[in-house]
Ligand binder design. Structure first.
Ligand SMILES: Cc1cc2nc3c(=O)[nH]c(=O)nc-3n(C[C@H](O)[C@H](O)[C@H](O)COP(=O)(O)OP(=O)(O)OC[C@H]3O[C@@H](n4cnc5c(N)ncnc54)[C@H](O)[C@@H]3O)c2cc1C
Length: 343
């Protein structure tokens, strides 16, 4: 059980992706006692880096991010100064059945260094995070929230709970607040099959990233072209389109490896060759094509809420802003309540 001073409000954040970590950091800085629960072994969520059995590393989820919001901009500038983030300026274009068309554009793309998971690691500093802890829907009891793990073991009790899991999972976690749960249920998230390939020799392609037309694939990128990555092998990440991924979501990874690697050769026009390593990963909930218009959900009476890229989002920036704004809302509520008491 918590041993925090009784005046300090306790918050459970479910999920250590960018929205959860941003929210947790902001709340902790404002004096809340924050605990983060994460079902996997590390931070980052969909902004993570996969190390294959052969030791090759790939950003198999988020590929890069862009920045528009001034609050996110401030953080990204700091991260750049600290060497956590760098610009990525790939030769980029569009691939259609073996034809490559370069794309003229001004988009500033950023990546974390040396892998996308670095932002999660950075944001996790100083936070109390319980890894490999999948939590069950919180239970309301006497103005508190009881948090149990999936073995029905009572972990702790909290004043406030925040879910940052993808929409369908948040709908379950928010079940004690029917309005919030209903709102989360309305957001569909599409899946994505990702394939990771490593080659000892360069493929010699005239681009480092491409959007793909008329193919099961929608995106291919040379992971090793990003700053700070190992350069002694050439690594590629292939993403299947949302439509194709949804249609094949329940298929076996080996089958997807074969089909998507074939699609890569056909999209690039290269003759097939044997990679050093090939791995497939399924993201069941990859992106929300139509996120909620609200930046976050919060039930003031029950003190339970949700944030993530499916609120206001989508993408890395949207997830950051969602977590940031929910924290601000909780901080403002506590300030208003305590000034009401004093008045
Ligand atoms: C294939 C792919 C490509 C993408 N490409 C881009 C891109 O190029 N640019 C871009 O900006 N964005 C991209 N995105 C989207 C981007 O990754 C997300 O918008 C962002 O990372 C979402 O962050 P989040 O914190 O909202 O959620 P998540 O990162 O999903 O974090 C939620 C966390 O909650 C945890 N969790 C869930 N349920 C529980 C539970 N019951 N108990 C404990 N923990 C739980 C999960 O393990 C996870 O770590 C991509 C995503 C994918 C999958």
């Amino acid at each position: 059980m918590n041993s925090t001073p009784s005046s300090q409000r306790t918050v459970a954040v479910i999920g250590a992706g960018i929205s959860g970590l941003t929210c947790a950091q902001r709340l902790q800085k404002a004096g809340f006692a924050v605990t983060v629960f994460e079902k996997s072994r590390g931070t980052g969520g969909r902004m993570s880096t996969r190390r294959t059995d052969q030791g090759f590393q790939f950003d198999h989820g988020a590929q890069y991010f862009t920045v528009r919001d001034p609050r996110f901009q401030r953080f990204v500038e700091e991260w750049q100064q600290e060497g956590v983030v760098a610009g990525w300026n790939p030769e980029i274009g569009v691939l259609t059945k073996g034809e490559y068309e370069p794309k003229q554009e001004e988009t500033l793309r950023y990546v974390a260094v040396p892998g996308m998971n670095q932002i999660g690691r950075h944001l996790a500093r100083g936070l109390d995070i319980h890894f490999q802890t999948r939590v069950r829907p919180p239970v309301r009891e006497a103005a508190h929230w009881l948090i149990y793990d999936d073995q029905d073991f009572l972990l702790e009790e909290f004043d406030v709970v925040i879910s940052t899991a993808p929409a369908a999972q948040s709908a379950e976690l928010l079940v004690a607040s029917p309005n919030l749960s209903f709102a989360a249920q309305q957001v569909k998230m599409t899946g994505c099959w990702a394939v990771m390939l490593a080659f000892e020799e360069s493929l010699g392609l005239p681009f480092e990233a491409a959007f793909v037309n008329d193919s099961p694939l929608s995106w291919v990128a040379c992971n090793s072209s990003k700053p700070g990555r190992e350069k002694n092998v050439e690594t590629w990440v292939l993403h299947a389109s949302p439509e194709w991924s949804e249609e094949h979501l329940e298929r076996q990874p080996n089958e997807m490896l074969f089909q998507l690697t074939e699609a890569f050769w056909s999209a690039t026009g290269l003759a097939a060759r044997e990679p050093e390593s090939l791995t497939a990963h399924r993201w069941r909930y990859a992106v929300p094509p139509e996120p909620l218009s609200e930046r976050y959900l919060f039930d003031q009476e029950l003190q339970i809420g949700a944030c993530g890229d499916w609120c206001g989002g989508p993408r890395v920036e949207g997830a950051f802003v969602s977590g940031y704004e929910l924290a601000e809302r909780i901080i403002a509520t506590v300030r208003t309540t305590s000034s009401d008491r004093q008045g």
